[in-house]
Design a protein around this ligand. Structure first.
Ligand SMILES: [Zn+2]
Length: 124
């Protein structure tokens, strides 16, 4: 039986830092558990054209950052939910136990090493 104590602590620590990174640039919808990027530059009243281009660029960067962080957020909350329901550490493709070394490297891993190529195809 896998001892999840260390993994749980690690996941919670990571989740806290992801949440604080997201909270500065996005808003959380508690109903869907989605994060939406906050608008950029709403605070400047009379933007000239250069500013507008900068705002668009910053907005695109911000959405990309939020999307990456949101994936991490989902992986962490999913892993914590699995610890709670007792299914933590099992490969989502084969149902086999995930190698402990892999979990130490990435406690939010969803598959065993043999199926890591498939991890990107799993639904969010
Ligand atoms: Zn597997």
């Amino acid at each position: 039986m896998l001892d999840t104590t260390t993994f749980k602590h690690d996941l919670e620590t990571k989740l806290t830092s992801i949440r604080s990174a997201l909270s500065g640039i996005a808003t959380h919808n508690p109903e869907t558990d989605d994060w939406e990027a906050l608008p950029v530059g709403a605070e400047s009243p009379e933007p000239d054209e250069n500013d507008e281009a900068d705002v668009v660029e910053e907005w695109n960067e911000r959405r990309a950052t939020v999307s990456v962080l949101e994936t991490d957020y989902r992986n962490l909350t999913r892993a914590l939910a699995k610890i709670a329901d007792g299914s933590y550490g099992l490969c989502e493709v084969s149902g086999e136990p995930i190698e402990e070394a892999r979990l130490h490297a990435n406690p939010a891993a969803r598959t065993c090493i043999a199926h890591r190529e498939d991890e990107g195809n799993l639904s969010l």
